[in-house]
Write a protein that binds this ligand. Structure first.
Ligand code: SF4
Ligand code: MG
Length: 336
């Protein structure tokens, strides 16, 4: 499989009155054609900023690229004008969000919202676009699509609205679909249905999917590869198997341990790792997880570990795995 997307040494900051917030700090990853990759992390880890960078939706200013590139089929997204990005958005890369209501126009009939994109991006005639809109609504499992195109968003339930968003996002047959917490706002049964739908459509349409989530249950269900972010860095990435069964990073272990049981009220929340991530206004120079890590050593506070390659797909940044680590690996107690 060839690469659809290559993110190289990407750093992105926001300038605020308090100082520079280093939201993404030198990340590297790839996405192959037809692949489903999950980007996992707590809120503030940089996963949404990463996905918004790929589709060119971060506000600039106050945001700015500090280094690196985002190659989408060889085109560097970080250097494109807003005009060019408008052509890419929707046609080549589309996005669905947590709350479909914020991206649907409440005053416009559903059909028209799909038709407009098709006319703009695909150059379809109005009748052609209408036919395609009806077809898409059927494809995402909505009943009576030829009637539904005349309805308004408020006439739909949350789950149905997310189906409509998926129909809109996929109508132009994009190569990449970015789904930012697409099921978070929905109740558990509907969540499962939406994940099934995305899986199904991904197979049918061979769209690459980048799924942003904190829910490892969803990840296990749909992703082929997993990228774990923490404090603006990618700290581990690997296949589903490598992350769920062979993870080498203490933060990933914490995430896996915090997968909630079915009877838990806080479904899908990563709540059980004690402590909080560091501020990204003066981020620590060493490992950002050190304050919460029970294995932290002196080296962890002093220097950020290089990436260690464990297999062609499995990479980790942790001194425990770094062959260049100091030989005495004695845990030190931090902050006490
Ligand atoms: Fe823990 Fe050190 Fe590894 Fe960071 S580098 S996760 S502090 S052992
Ligand atoms: Mg987010």
């Amino acid at each position: 499989m060839s690469n659809l997307l290559e993110v190289k040494d990407l750093s992105f900051s926001f300038d605020t009155f308090q100082g520079e917030v280093e939201a993404i700090r030198g990340i590297n990853f790839e996405l192959k054609k037809g692949e489903v990759v999950a980007l996992v992390g707590e809120s503030g880890s940089g996963k949404s900023v990463t996905s918004q960078s790929i589709i060119g939706l971060n506000p600039m200013p106050p945001g700015r690229y500090k280094s690196g590139s985002i190659l989408f089929e060889g085109i560097d997204i970080t250097t494109q004008s807003e005009n060019n990005m408008q052509k890419i958005r929707g046609a080549e890369i589309s996005m669905i969000f947590q709350d479909p209501m914020t991206s649907l126009n409440p005053t416009m009939k559903i059909g028209r919202q799909i038709v407009e994109g098709l006319i703009k991006h695909q150059g379809l005639t109005k009748p052609e676009a209408k036919r395609r809109a009806t077809e898409m609504l059927g494809l995402v499992g909505l009943p009576n699509p030829d009637k539904l195109i005349f309805s308004y968003p408020h006439q739909f339930s949350g789950g149905m609205r997310q189906r409509v968003m998926i129909a809109i996002a996929l109508a132009c047959n994009p190569k990449l679909l970015i789904a930012d917490e697409p099921t978070t706002a929905l109740d558990v049964t509907i969540q499962a249905q939406i994940v099934e739908l995305m899986k199904d459509l991904q197979k049918k349409l061979e769209t690459s999917i980048m799924l942003i989530t904190h829910d490892l249950g969803v990840v296990a269900n749909i992703a082929q590869r997993v990228i774990i972010m923490y404090a603006g860095k990618i700290i581990e990435q690997g296949t589903l198997d490598e992350i769920f069964y062979k993870s080498r990073h203490p933060y990933t272990w914490g995430l896996l341990e915090s997968v909630p049981r079915l009877d838990s009220k806080e479904h899908g929340r990563l709540a059980s790792i004690p402590g909080t991530p560091p501020q990204l206004i003066h981020p620590p120079k060493g490992c950002p997880f050190a304050e919460r890590c029970e294995f932290a050593m002196k080296a962890c506070i002093e220097e950020y570990p290089d990436e260690t390659t464990l297999s062609s797909t499995h990479k980790v940044n942790c001194w425990l795995e770094d062959p260049a680590a100091p030989t005495v690996k004695r845990p030190v107690h931090l902050g006490g």
